[in-house]
Design a protein around this ligand. Sequence first.
Ligand SMILES: Cc1cc2nc3c(=O)[nH]c(=O)nc-3n(C[C@H](O)[C@H](O)[C@H](O)COP(=O)(O)OP(=O)(O)OC[C@H]3O[C@@H](n4cnc5c(N)ncnc54)[C@H](O)[C@@H]3O)c2cc1C
Length: 290
Amino acid sequence: MKPAPFEYHAPTERHEALALLAESGFDAKILAGGQSLVPAMNFRLARPAILIDVNRIDDLFGVHVADDGSTLIGAMTRQRELERSPLIAERAPLIAKAMPHIAHPQIRNRGTIGGSLAHADPAAELPALAVALNARLRLQSQSGERWLPAADFFLGVLTTALEPEEMLVEIEIPALPARTGTAFDEVARRHGDYAMAGAAAVVTLDNNGTIAESTLVLMAVGDAPLRVRAIEALRGQQPTPEIIREAAESIDSEIDPPNDLHATAAYRRHLVKRLACATLTRAVERAQQP
Ligand SMILES: Cc1cc2nc3c(=O)[nH]c(=O)nc-3n(C[C@H](O)[C@H](O)[C@H](O)COP(=O)(O)OP(=O)(O)OC[C@H]3O[C@@H](n4cnc5c(N)ncnc54)[C@H](O)[C@@H]3O)c2cc1C
């Protein structure tokens, strides 16, 4: 299929893109890597009257470290760059390790972090990682800007807090505290497929080796990335294998996974408990390393 007719703009400055969005609102769509939007247009599932291609706006690309130690990632940074960037490997290894699970290199060469977050597929990796890492998202419009915690950005399946005239321009990942370990894993039918279930774990230990902070975010088991409360309640406990196993088992009461062509709800329940146990154990081991 071919897309429905549309008007095409390729601004080279951010303010031009924001002006176009302000004029067009719901009629316009931003074109980032095109890896989700273009297939949707070809199937006529999306029919934007105006396409704003932001691939020529240089200041939307790249990774750098802010004065406060957080990592700032431009919304147009390609997933392949996140996979290969030494800065990301050092400061946000959870992202570097998870990137190879997204589709295939050809798709990651074009797909962007901003596009994946704005698309908000519940089975996508980057939304879950952004929530697990307490990322903040910078949304700009012609009339100003606001920063939103990633946890408040994802509202449901393919639905975010972005207003029609807003563009996601930057993602801020806070520096990880000392003695923090992270781990990611997922299960997909074939390498490169969207996952049937996935988990991202972040664990910080205090000087006595007890858990100071623990976060587990699940993907593909709800409408949006799901932060598990039972894992946050591990604070103050010794991270023994029994404690981790028990916490992973208790996830059951917090999830309502879908039944679909790819997996039954029961199988997804089984998968996330295994993934939770494995990723939390690995995150603790990494946090314990000197
Ligand atoms: C075969 C195949 C397999 C895939 N497998 C996976 C997978 O396993 N895991 C996974 O996570 N993804 C997967 N994807 C999707 C891929 O990662 C996409 O790159 C991603 O979902 C969208 O990123 P994009 O940059 O291509 O965005 P686009 O397709 O250009 O845009 C997606 C949506 O976001 C909006 N948008 C884009 N950028 C912005 C912005 N800065 N501000 C506001 N709105 C914006 C667009 O208007 C559009 O609505 C797969 C894609 C394909 C084709």
